[in-house]
Ligand binder design. Sequence first.
Ligand SMILES: O=c1ccn([C@@H]2O[C@H](COP(=O)(O)O)[C@@H](O)[C@H]2O)c(=O)[nH]1
Length: 240
Amino acid sequence: MDKRKPIIALDFPDLVTVQTFLAKFPKNDSLNVKVGMELYYQAGPAIVTYLVEAGHQVFLDLKLHDIPNTVGRAMEGLARLGVAMTNLHGAGGKEMMKAAVAGLQKGTPLGQTPPLLIAVTQLTSTSEQSMQEEQLITTSLEESVAHYGKLAQECGLDGVVCSAKEVSVIKASTSSDFLCVTPGIRPKKGELGDQKRVMTPLEAKQIGSDFIVVGRPITQAVDPYKAYQEILAEWNGEIK
Ligand SMILES: O=c1ccn([C@@H]2O[C@H](COP(=O)(O)O)[C@@H](O)[C@H]2O)c(=O)[nH]1
């Protein structure tokens, strides 16, 4: 995946809506796109194959969280789809994460590299208060995120999903090459929606995010391609 390009969250219900959206971008532009639950559960693996064959780099964001055997076998299947990155919930634990790594390796066709595997730490829609009250976690949110980062690295994962606000703490508790994939990205004065821990593309760049994930600020914009270009420019430090 090209780190200079934002990952566009294709949170749409079907192939036709995806095609209509992508038609607003120049033909032959290879994009970083994210397929999440909304699209995958309605359009199935065929949507992933469609995007891969169209030349896009796909982050398959299904956030697996189940017993180790189930997650390992599911990852084995997902590895055959040709995605560049996929993920699970770090809260599933070490045995589950190790099974996922093994499953991806087993399922990846000979001669190909397994997708990057990253662990969700605390969702960017979670505040410290809700984490403490609803998950009964008594540490700070930063400590919880750092903890999941360390576990994920111990299990052989490539990085985490976190807010850009936690990039420094993740890098300090793991290593500088441990990937921080950061959703919860909003342009200055952009609508937050359900996101709680947000940063602008420029702030995320300055703090060291490896990848930014952007959905509604692009997909719901009046001119999605223009919105994408503005975010791309900011992410690449061209707008200060
Ligand atoms: O902690 C997380 C993990 C995943 N996401 C996903 O990223 C996009 C963000 O969309 P926006 O419209 O830019 O808010 C969405 O697909 C989420 O499922 C996240 O936001 N936070």
